[in-house]
Design a protein around this ligand. Structure first.
Ligand code: AMP
Ligand code: MG
Length: 411
């Protein structure tokens, strides 16, 4: 049996970031950028006015006040988007609109409210420091500056930045295809009426949804029966993918054949069994050259193992800079006992109050699917402890923190 860290490191060692593809910036929403974006132009490109008002020379209006206005000749009017044609000399000003380029010679803009138009002149009632109300060329983004580092997710803000610096296409990492195989003679398809002794295959759907939530593409392979023939047939179909995840068939029962197939010629088993609860029977190997993670079949266990191992693996394949969900410390509201030597993961409900986070387990007396639906976090209890009490601080992985979502659901 190996530790959670060892298991994660072994899995991460077998996957690498996928290649890059060029997409339009809007199509890049939710994708992981595979290049550092260098600004091809400055933002703003030229000094421009932050106000509607008058562009002028700050030295000309030194000492101006409401009782002692300075009068300047208005020699031009510059709407936004027009290139100024005249430069501003001593005693002159130009009427200017927000966003319009500041003409040569002017070094400040006085806002409309601090002036009064007088036919061909303007009375200015205030002083202005050099640079007042002028957005300088390159003050937001300098040309040549790195505006987005590789490994970041493209959000709407990044799409806007890319457009502003003149990038219409960017390189993003390809999305991994992840095959999902459910195993078990007891499983019925979603639209079958389950006969006696059968349970509906929910894992395929929950796991495919997790795959998609990560930003990868799920390939639904369906149900493999507990026979070598059927498992091999389904696994062959799964080998089109970049990563295979199976659910069930990794325990110690007679029909737990996934491990046996990992040990066949041409395949590999890197490890089996991890010191965690749930998730102890997790198996990891390769079918041909495609890595496969064999998750336990229990729906709660398979989702917990997905969170700990598959999500970071997919994020690595996507080229993401941060592989993990956000984790916080929270005050526990009830006692929990556990076995020493295992890392425990417990479906939990976490809330934020004025003193920080509080957390309760979501599973007390409930069925596993109900507790997964109620939960918005996973309590993580370390190997060495055997009990935690109310009021103690515990680590909680946040399951619905938008900042930790890799990708917007797509397809
Ligand atoms: P296993 O790991 O194959 O022994 O499966 C453990 C238990 O998880 C089974 O007895 C089922 O109750 C449940 N289970 C396994 N596979 C699925 C599935 N695809 N969907 C829902 N429940 C499952
Ligand atoms: Mg089974």
């Amino acid at each position: 049996m190996i530790s959670v860290e060892e298991a994660l490191n072994k899995i991460l060692a077998e996957v690498s970031p996928l290649g890059l593809e060029k997409v339009s910036i809007l199509a890049a929403l939710g994708r992981v950028i595979g290049e550092d974006v260098i600004a091809g132009r400055a933002v703003p490109p030229k000094d421009n006015s932050a106000m509607d008002g008058y562009a002028l020379r700050s030295e000309d209006i030194r000492g101006a006040s409401s009782g002692n206005p300075v009068r300047l000749d208005v020699v031009a009017e510059i709407p936004a988007g027009a290139a100024p044609t005249k430069s501003i000399g001593p005693g002159q000003a130009a009427r200017i609109m927000t966003g319009a380029s500041v003409p040569e010679g002017a070094d400040a803009v006085v806002r409309m409210e601090d002036t009064r138009a007088e036919e061909a002149r303007v009375a200015v009632f205030v002083e202005a420091a050099q640079g007042k109300n002028i957005r300088c060329a390159g003050s937001d983004v300098r040309r040549g500056e790195k505006v987005i580092p590789r490994g970041e997710i493209i959000r709407p803000a990044e799409v806007g930045m890319l457009a502003a610096v003149g990038s219409s296409f960017i390189l993003v990492h390809q999305r991994p295809r992840v095959a999902v195989v459910a195993t078990g003679d007891e499983l019925a398809d979603i639209d079958e009426t389950p006969s006696e002794g059968k349970i509906v295959n929910s894992n395929s759907y929950a796991l495919a949804a997790l795959v998609r939530e990560c930003g990868a593409i799920p390939l639904q392979i369906g149900i493999a029966r507990d026979s070598r023939e059927d498992l091999n047939a389904k696994f062959r179909a799964a080998q089109r993918a970049d990563l295979i995840i199976s659910a069930g068939g990794v325990s110690t029962g007679d029909y737990d054949l996934v491990k046996a197939i990992m040990q066949e010629a041409g395949n590999r088993m890197h490890f089996w069994q991890v010191a965690m609860k749930p998730g102890r029977p997790l198996a990891f190997g390769a079918l041909g050259s495609v890595p496969i993670v064999g998750l336990p079949g229990n729906p709660g266990s398979s989702m917990i193992c997905f969170e700990q191992f598959i999500r970071p693996a997919i994020r690595k394949m996507l080229g993401h800079g941060n592989l993990f969900r956000t984790a916080v410390r929270a005050r526990l509201g009830e006692p929990i006992r556990k076995k020493e030597g295992f890392r425990d993961f417990i479906w939990a409900m976490i809330t934020r109050d004025k003193d920080g986070y509080s957390v309760m387990t979501a599973g007390q007396g409930l069925g596993i699917l109900t507790s997964t639906v109620r939960a918005n976090g996973l309590i993580v209890l370390p190997e060495e402890i055997t009990a935690v009490g109310p009021g103690e601080m515990v680590t909680v992985q946040l399951l619905d923190d938008p900042r930790s979502l890799l990708s917007y659901p797509r397809d």
